[in-house]
Design a binder for this molecule. Structure first.
Ligand SMILES: [Cu+2]
Length: 231
């Protein structure tokens, strides 16, 4: 029995989410109550300052969280209707990405990016080729046959990332408590950074404004030359 009048102090010790060897974030024994979340919306404006209806494909990620070990994760970017889907794919370092050709035409996926240059060669409908991404960085995807095809794999050192939907919404869940830098990456906008404090059992809500400051420029083919014909 606790006598009346005595102040009882309860010490709450938060334990962080554990990251297992395969890179999966696992909630601790007390469930998700020890981790927090960062959610929010991104408002995206075009070069003229008009707010876009489609605010998808903005990458939002946390910097400063302890790096996760590179895991044997897999992800998929399909080639369909002469486009990459998804257009923006964030992955944890070490992930293998499958690139199925789900189109009726041949494609030749390649990247000249420093973080992961590769050339998958020409392959047809129903075939899949794969690439591993051991180093962090931006990997731009192009097709050597179709100059309008472009996409991005962004390789990150921790799994706390999200991509916005059409309405600009994002959610990063199961984040260990701490102070981090919340960053954005969008292919046509300058990067943004802001500090966020994540505490246990709580949700930080963030509103981010991005304005595009560039247009898509023509790029070269895998030989560093201009595309000869437009298909
Ligand atoms: Cu193609």
């Amino acid at each position: 029995m606790i006598p009346l009048g005595v102040v009882t102090m309860v010490l709450l010790v938060g334990s962080q989410s554990a990251i297992s060897a395969d890179g999966q974030v696992q909630a601790s024994e007390q469930g998700r109550s020890t981790s927090g979340a960062v959610v929010g919306t991104v408002e995206l404006s075009d070069l003229e300052g008009a707010v876009r209806e489609d605010r998808s494909d903005v990458l939002v990620f946390l910097d400063g969280v302890a790096s996760a070990p590179a895991g044997a994760r897999r992800a998929v970017v399909t080639q369909q209707n002469r486009a990459f889907s998804p257009k923006v794919l964030p992955v944890l370092r070490g992930t293998v990405v499958d690139f199925p050709n789900d189109d009726g035409v041949f494609h030749n996926l390649f990247s000249l990016s420093r973080a992961r240059p590769f050339d998958l060669g020409v392959y047809g409908s129903g075939e899949t080729r794969s690439v591993s991404f051991p180093e962090t960085g931006l990997v731009q995807l192009f097709c050597n046959i179709h100059p309008d095809m472009e996409g991005s794999v962004v390789v990150l050192s921790n799994p706390y990332f999200a991509v916005t939907d059409r309405e600009g919404r994002f959610e990063i869940r199961d984040v260990p408590p701490g102070t981090y830098v919340l960053r954005t990456w969008h292919r046509l906008s300058a990067e943004t950074r802001q500090n966020v404090v994540v505490s246990a059992s709580s949700q930080v809500t963030v509103e981010i404004r991005l304005q595009e400051d560039r247009r898509i420029l023509p790029h070269t083919n895998k030989f560093g030359k201009r595309y000869r014909r437009k298909y």
